[in-house]
Design a protein around this ligand. Structure first.
Ligand code: V47
Length: 366
């Protein structure tokens, strides 16, 4: 069998992929510099098939953003507000419980809750939130609070990250989502999110969660001021962490949306479809110790997410229902897709739809 990349400038990288050898920093940079998208995609598709066969995953889930009040005020974020700004909100525990309860009988398998760093909320609010959501939807996995939020609750309460995670887990938390990673490079963090925890700290929080037996996700925010080298470093830092602690489930690249952010005049355009596919495919190639690569359709649109199934992606995320963070920043995607739409998108790409829970337990196979 001959592969498309064997006649390309990337043939030597393709040989490594075929031999199951790890790609290095220089390979990653060359892949990002190359315009041979089809060769990169074919290599990623080869790896994807080795790991996941013909399966493509989705989940019936619901996002809840409990507050947009945030002390960090990152320059790339259109969601965060000061407490007295127009549009600032904090959901009561009754409101959060009602949002979860509304999905109780709809086969929901995951509740994804993230929000801002709100000084006026106590750890008790989060503990009771977990208890109430757990009771409201006992059949769903609760994947909540980014590493940034967990670190904040620890500092706010004079507790260790481990203690906060233990208490939240006791109350119902199962897993951490991958947000807040942005780009680990200190140069970018100083410019875009100087108040946010360092990349090192983000990794430490995930390492602690993994040590406690919790599975977590990882992300990378791309398409702003980061360089190609900083993208590759970010991926390699995640790969090294995964070698050490092994608890990452899936990697989700997040395409930067500039509208309504402080970067709007600097980064005038959204990421291109070409770059989105390259980031997804190169992530599949570099992160050889991650089982899954997810295209969050909310970010890249359902059509590109579907095409990405031929570029290394094996997961489209889910029904979502309500999304504020990227829609505040100008996303023009819908708020939700139905289960049937996800199944149809996957089938039309020639793949076998598999409904999963957060931990990739199979709920249904089509
Ligand atoms: O942490 C903020 C990013 C994240 C913008 O773990 C932005 O399965 C684009 O992490 N343009 C939240 N992105 C979303 C997130 C996520 C989504 C879906 C699934 C999972 C998972 C995680 O969104 C934030 C930040 O990194 N973000 N502002 C923006 N303007």
């Amino acid at each position: 069998m001959r592969y498309i990349w064997q006649d390309s400038e990337l043939a030597d990288i393709g040989e490594k992929v075929l031999a199951g050898q790890r790609l290095d920093f220089a390979d990653g940079v060359r892949l990002f510099r190359s315009h041979d998208l089809l060769s990169i995609g074919a290599m990623a598709d080869y790896v994807r098939r080795q790991k996941n066969g013909n399966r493509a995953y989705f989940i019936v889930n619901r996002h809840i953003n409990h507050t947009n009040i945030c002390v960090n005020r990152c320059r790339f974020c259109a969601f965060g507000r000061d407490p007295d700004s127009p549009g600032a909100y904090t959901l009561s525990l009754d409101e959060i419980e009602a949002k979860a309860l509304a999905y109780r009988d709809k086969g929901i398998k995951e509740i994804h809750i993230v929000g801002g760093l709100n000084e006026s909320l106590s750890l008790d609010y989060y503990l009771e939130m977990m208890q109430r959501v757990r009771r409201a939807v006992p059949g769903a996995v609760i994947q909540s609070f980014t590493a940034v939020e967990i670190d904040y609750y620890a500092r706010q309460n004079g507790l260790s990250v481990e203690e906060v995670l233990r208490q939240l887990r006791e109350a119902g938390l199962d897993s951490l989502p991958g947000g807040g990673a942005e780009i680990f490079a200190p140069r970018v963090r100083e410019k875009l999110c100087p108040k946010k925890i360092s990349g090192q700290r983000w990794l430490e929080v995930h390492e602690t969660a993994h040590r406690l037996g919790m599975r977590t996700n990882a992300t990378m925010l791309y398409g702003h001021i980061e360089t190609i080298e900083e993208r590759v470093e970010h991926l390699l830092m995640l790969r090294e962490q995964q070698d050490r602690s092994g608890g990452f489930l899936t990697f989700i690249p997040l395409a930067f949306h500039p509208h309504n952010t402080e970067l709007e005049n600097l980064v005038r355009t959204r990421t291109t479809g070409y770059d989105d596919l390259k980031v997804l495919a190169i992530s599949r190639l570099m992160l050889d110790n991650f089982d899954h690569i997810k295209a969050f359709w909310i970010m890249v649109g359902p059509k590109l997410a579907q095409i990405s199934l031929a570029f290394g992606v094996d997961d489209l995320d889910g029904t979502v229902e309500e999304e504020k963070i990227v829609h505040d920043a100008g996303a023009d995607t819908a708020q939700s897709l139905t289960r049937q739409q996800l199944v149809d998108m996957i089938r039309a790409a020639g793949r076998k739809p598999v409904e999963r829970d957060t931990l990739y337990n199979v709920i249904w196979e089509g």
